[in-house]
Design a protein around this ligand. Structure first.
Ligand SMILES: *Cc1c(COP(=O)(O)O)cnc(C)c1O
Length: 235
């Protein structure tokens, strides 16, 4: 693996996709997904200037993060269980995988105990896949005001993992649906939501064309993972 070359290629592809969409490349943040990768790989990525990292399991993050440079920012991107919220609040700058009111309430409680506020994204199951975590769009709109009333949580936007497909273009309608849902959520809240976290190694260019502000990239940076499947997100 040549991390520096992978990163350069990735930046180039992000710039090109932004160019196609008439967007400023600064409007797209790269989140490096390091699940299954050892601290040495994180360190190498940090040495190349990457600052924002994602993990999908609290347990793995808890073991790894203390062994990594202290100036990095970490986001939780996998399904979060209530009994891991306390650790998650300690480890992460943002939780991108809030998918129920009860989970949000637990994060809120733990954040209060830690005397902080927690930025979150609401994860949406845009295609309604039975096997996947995430809000159904209608349920999200129903609970949105109650979520927003939690004082220790700041809703920064929406996140999704579309159904797996070998064809990136197949993800486009799902990304578009997430963008439209964000607009409806903004109307309910009467306030803008800055983030759309969507797009992974196989489909990030399509996601950028559809408005992604954060792309979550593992494989294209670090090569294939050792064990987990390409879309594994369970804790
Ligand atoms: C693993 C993972 C990614 C990165 O996937 P790649 O295809 O390796 O880029 C992005 N988002 C989530 C939620 C993940 O679990």
């Amino acid at each position: 693996m040549n991390l520096a070359a992978n990163l350069e290629t990735l930046h180039q592809r992000i710039r090109t996709a932004c160019g196609r969409a008439g967007r400023n490349p600064d409007s797209v943040t790269l989140l490096a997904v390091t699940k299954t990768q050892p601290p040495e790989v994180v360190q190498a990525a940090a040495a190349l200037g990457l600052l924002l990292f994602g993990e999908n399991k609290v347990q793995e993050a808890k073991a790894k993060i203390p062994l990594c440079p202290g100036n990095l920012r970490w986001h939780m991107i996998g399904h979060l269980q209530s009994n891991k919220c306390r650790d998650a609040v300690e480890l992460f700058k943002m939780i991108q995988s809030v998918d129920s009111l009860s989970l949000a309430q637990e994060i809120n409680k733990r954040a209060e105990q830690a005397a902080r506020t927690m930025p979150v994204l609401l994860e949406v199951n845009v295609a309604g896949e039975a096997s996947k975590f995430g809000y159904r769009p209608e349920q999200l709109l129903v609970e949105l005001k109650e979520l927003n009333a939690l004082t220790r949580i700041e809703i920064h936007g929406l996140m999704t993992v579309p159904p797996w497909s070998a064809e990136a273009e197949k993800a486009r309608p799902h990304f578009r649906r997430l963008r439209e849902l964000k607009e409806r959520a903004e109307a309910v809240l009467g306030a803008p939501l800055p983030h759309l976290s969507m797009g992974m190694s196989g489909d990030f260019e399509i996601a950028i064309e559809e408005g992604a502000t954060m792309v979550r990239i593992g494989t294209e940076l670090f090569g294939p993972r050792i064990k987990a499947g390409p879309r594994a997100e369970a804790d």
